[in-house]
Design a protein around this ligand. Structure first.
Ligand SMILES: Cc1cc2nc3c(=O)[nH]c(=O)nc-3n(C[C@H](O)[C@H](O)[C@H](O)COP(=O)(O)OP(=O)(O)OC[C@H]3O[C@@H](n4cnc5c(N)ncnc54)[C@H](O)[C@@H]3O)c2cc1C
Length: 381
């Protein structure tokens, strides 16, 4: 690991915390604009955690950011053919709605790990410092900030950007808000070697996304490259439901099977025949329209700024933030503070709509109207 002393020697103007899609997009765009920036990431390396999940990247937001970053063609080369297909089934597995991938570029799907690697490959060497977990952020004179990491190193900068996700440490300097549990949890499941080992489920899911929903519960899944099915079992339960199950796979499995009793075997395979341990992901969100009083020299983007319930937009919103922050900085070359003010006030307006949309999609998927609300959404849009 390169030492932060060597980082400080280069006096990065901009320090970005978090090498997620938002932080890396910003680093790429600012580097293109000739600014020196460093990204500090808690994970030990790009390979230290499975970057699971398919992400659909939308035209006006995520794809537009990739265009500005000069990476759109490289992105298209990595999209998962067939991944835009979607189907809704009932708990028997009967297809209620199906849409094939028409090959358009409206919302092509890419693996999260492939998107991260695409952005990493486009950065100057050593832009990302791995294994740097932020412990403390403090304000200095002249609108500068110091970030101290768990390994004892620290760095100072002119602009600090918190792209450090849901539990952002940078956010603490700007806002007292903290994410609250939404009432719904996802349990992540992988079926490997799916065409051979889980043939019925593979047919049921198809080439893209599957939604099997009933009020307050559901199983959603994606076909992924590499002969993999990736599922999320969703249930509305209080957090204490997990008490005796979170660390006990057989008990968790049994409780989920009881919840989904009577559902077709190709669907419950995600609970019963998972090839990797089930991972519980309670869904948290920041308060609606989360905002903060502007402070010079520091800002947030992506989930750190506006963690919402998942609706297929989170990555796109993070990349859009990065694009618009980089644009504001380019438009105010001698007035960084003006750039931050513009970026933040525009984002707060955008987020009012984004929060409403996310909650609406989440409600259609996991609320009392499931699956009919989502069915109407697909057939009318
Ligand atoms: C179950 C689930 C499914 C989802 N599915 C989708 C989907 O299909 N499509 C979609 O668009 N969105 C989806 N989302 C939302 C999406 O994952 C996020 O909105 C998106 O990743 C936000 O990007 P980001 O760059 O802001 O933050 P993140 O992707 O969270 O990246 C933050 C980075 O900061 C690092 N970090 C955190 N703390 C520290 C620290 N103290 N010091 C240093 N580094 C730190 C993290 O390791 C991470 O690499 C889903 C979310 C969940 C929970």
């Amino acid at each position: 690991m390169s030492s932060v002393k060597s980082v400080n020697k280069h006096h990065p103007q901009v320090v970005i915390i978090g090498a997620g899609p938002g932080g890396l997009t910003l680093a790429r765009l600012l580097s293109q604009q000739g600014m020196s920036c460093k990204v500090f990431e808690a994970e030990a390396s790009p390979q230290s955690r499975v970057q699971g999940g398919m992400l659909d990247i939308h035209q006006a937001t995520g794809q537009e950011a990739l265009k500005r970053a000069g990476l759109h063609q490289a992105f298209l080369d990595k999209v998962h053919a067939g991944g835009q297909a979607a189907r809704i089934v009932d708990s028997d597995g009967k297809v209620l709605f199906a849409e094939e991938d028409d090959g358009s570029e409206v919302r092509p799907e890419i693996k999260r790990g492939d998107l991260r690697q695409l952005l990493l490959d486009a950065l100057p060497t050593d832009t990302v410092q791995w294994g740097y977990k932020v412990e403390v952020v403090s304000r200095l004179e002249n609108n500068r900030h110091r970030v101290t990491f768990g390994n004892g190193d620290s760095v100072e900068c002119e602009l600090l950007v918190g792209a450090d996700g849901a539990w952002s440490k940078v956010r603490k300097l700007l806002s007292d808000a903290s994410p609250a549990y939404s009432g719904t949890m996802f349990i992540e499941s992988f079926l490997l070697n799916c065409e051979q080992a889980h043939a019925q489920t593979t047919v049921c899911v198809g080439s893209g996304a599957l939604y099997a929903l009933q009020p307050f519960k559901g199983i959603t899944a994606h076909r992924e490259p590499g002969n993999v099915l990736h599922g999320y079992i969703a249930i509305k339960k209080p957090l204490d439901w997990l008490e005796d199950k979170a660390d006990d796979q057989p008990q968790l499995q049994a409780a989920l099977l009881a919840e989904f009793d009577g559902w077709a075997e190709p669907l419950t395979a995600f609970i019963q025949h998972n090839d990797l341990p089930l991972v519980v992901r309670p869904i948290y969100a920041l308060p609606d329209n989360h905002q903060w009083q502007h402070q010079a020299g520091i800002t947030l983007l992506g989930d750190a700024a506006h963690l919402m319930v998942p609706s297929g937009e989170g990555v796109n919103l993070a990349m859009q933030d990065a694009m618009l922050l980089a644009t504001a900085i380019r438009q105010h070359p001698q007035a960084l503070d003006e750039a931050l003010r513009q970026y933040e006030s525009d984002m707060f307006v955008r987020n009012q709509v984004a929060y409403q949309d996310a909650e609406e999609i989440f409600r259609l998927c996991y609320g009392e109207s499931a699956p009919h609300g989502l069915l109407a959404f697909f057939t009318q849009s």
